[in-house]
Design a protein. Structure first.
Length: 153
């Protein structure tokens, strides 16, 4: 007769597996004998008329707020038409390179520097000239268009 093929290590692994099974069975029996009562009502939260979270549902008698259909705005609010005179700005040329065909204008009101291209000019300009212009969003940011030289009086 030969020896059993089970070694001590195999026996230990089998004992651990059996202990895990027994523990799992015991936990399942405990859950069945002591069921916890958790219902959907315990998980719900309500918001009262002041915006506070409560566990009690709001009173339907207090909830009488009339909303007019005209007061509901689903889209962006309508804006007043923009006056074309408001779009025209004044500024001074801080830099302009005739060879490269671009420069910058400093807005007198907002002190912003606005890019200007030679194609947007109605007449030639130089540095430190006072100009009027309109701002338009270009590919890389705001750029000046309809640039006109202000004649000194």
């Amino acid at each position: 007769m030969g020896k059993s093929q089970e070694t001590w290590n195999k026996k230990q692994k089998e004992k651990k597996k059996q202990k895990k099974r027994d523990d799992k069975e015991q936990k399942m029996q405990e859950r069945k004998s002591n069921p916890t009562k958790s219902s959907l009502d315990d998980m719900l939260a309500y918001v009262d008329e002041f915006g506070n979270i409560t566990s009690t549902p709001p009173d339907p008698l207090k909830k009488k707020v009339a909303v007019k259909l005209e007061d509901i705005e689903v889209s962006i609010p309508k804006q007043a038409p923009i006056d074309p005179a408001d779009l025209i700005r004044k500024g001074s040329v801080t830099f302009f390179n005739d060879a490269k065909g671009y420069g910058f204008i400093k807005d007198t009101e907002s002190q912003d520097s606005v890019f200007v291209h030679i194609n947007a000019l109605s007449e030639p300009i130089q540095e430190k000239d006072k100009v009027t212009f309109e701002v338009e969003m270009g590919q890389k940011g705001p750029s000046a268009v309809n640039v006109k030289l202000i004649k000194p009086e």
